[in-house]
Ligand binder design. Structure first.
Ligand code: PEP
Ligand code: MG
Length: 366
């Protein structure tokens, strides 16, 4: 919605009602009763940033012309209509489970086709990457519930659930196939929570059987990232889900605010796993992008491009600042920022190293 927000703010409920608060949704800093100097500083920076962003438009590219597609993360028709009107290259992640969060029975093929038509229509001639239902753990769906589990995040979720309920996957792929043929969007379908090459092959076969030309997988399980060469050989593309990849790499529940330092995508271990996935993708000539929240962080986006990703999918409000960040750095500079981040010992050091080495025309606005 483009409204800056900060979550997991200890003590927020004891801020007296009516107190002025300065809030930076990018850095997560909140200042209670800020002095005029800080307010002026923040206002001036916001104005400088708006002015810098107003000069840029069009496809994402580094300063030396290397293309990096700038895409939107969406959760339904309303998001699609809003994002479709914006200056971006398509959708990199349509979280289909969001549409059915309150459904108590499985949506029919006809009901789903209607939704997918509505999502594809605003993106005629542009790409729309649809993720099949990622039900379970933090995104429970009533009609796709296999019963309680001790560790739902490690359980039968995502594509694992599709393996147990192939009827749900088949209905979804059928509806996606119909809607894709009726609209002019470049529809690509990917599976969540893929861990092995066998799973990728199983999914790709089902996608193609439904007349959908491009199949991909989310790379959000460290096992799949480490073996990306074999996993991606089975499909047409990969998309790094850095939210879950951080959760599983650092063994830190993404719903557990107290562990947010471990979940930080700047953790060098997470960057190493991303790098391994990019190397695997390059070895078999498959494009790999990022659709986790990290893609919308302008400094981290540079690191990700330096590691080899060719698309970045994010909250639409983040696209302009990421476009600006790319336009100010060459691929070689992105690669050296990536090397600096990976050479760091801690997440904070990685961020500091990249912030210090990135161009001040960018960092002055952050
Ligand atoms: C991710 O895990 O990074 C991702 C993009 O998917 P989700 O946040 O929906 O799990
Ligand atoms: Mg995920």
């Amino acid at each position: 919605m483009g409204i800056p927000a900060v979550v997991q703010l200890a003590g927020a409920t004891s801020i007296p009602f009516g107190t002025a608060v300065a809030l930076d949704g990018d850095s997560g800093e909140v200042t209670i009763a800020p002095d005029m100097q800080l307010v002026t500083q923040q206002r001036e920076r916001a104005a400088r940033r708006a002015e810098a962003l107003s000069h840029l438009s069009g496809a994402g590219a580094t300063s030396d012309g290397h293309a990096v597609a700038l895409l939107a993360n969406i959760g339904g028709v309303e998001d699609a209509v809003a994002a479709g009107a914006l200056d971006l290259e398509g959708v990199g992640l349509f979280r289909t489970e969001f549409v059915f969060l309150s459904a108590t029975t499985a949506p029919t093929v006809a009901e789903q086709t209607e939704v997918y038509r509505g999502v594809f229509a605003p993106f005629e001639g542009r790409r729309v990457v649809v993720r099949t239902l990622d039900a379970g753990a933090d995104k429970p769906l009533k009609f796709a519930d296999l019963g309680p589990e001790e560790n739902p995040a490690l359980g039968r979720r995502g594509l694992r659930l599709s393996a147990e309920r192939p009827d749900l996957l088949d209905a979804q792929l059928e509806a996606l196939g119909i809607a894709a043929r009726e609209t002019g969007a470049d529809v690509r379908v990917m599976a969540p929570m893929v861990a092995t090459a066998e799973e990728a092959a199983w999914f790709a076969r089902r996608v193609r059987e439904n007349g959908l030309p491009k199949a991909g997988v989310m790379i959000e399980v460290p096992g799949a990232a480490l073996r990306a060469r074999h996993v991606l050989e089975e499909v047409d593309f990969g998309s790094l889900g850095t939210n879950d990849l951080a959760q599983y790499t650092m063994a830190a529940d993404r719903m557990q605010g107290a562990l947010s330092d471990l979940l930080d995508p700047w953790q060098p271990a997470v960057l190493d796993v991303v790098a391994a996935a990019c190397e695997g993708a390059a070895a078999v000539g498959r494009p790999i992008g990022v659709c986790g929240e990290s893609a919308g962080d302008p400094l981290l986006a540079l690191v990700l491009v330096g590691l080899g990703v060719s698309s970045l999918s994010m909250a639409p409000s983040k696209v302009p600042v990421v476009r600006l960040a790319l336009s100010l750095h060459s691929v070689a500079e992105c690669q050296s920022l990536a090397a600096a981040a990976r050479a760091a010992r801690t997440a904070v050091d990685a961020l500091t190293a990249v912030r210090d080495a990135a161009r001040s025309e960018l960092t002055d606005l952050l």
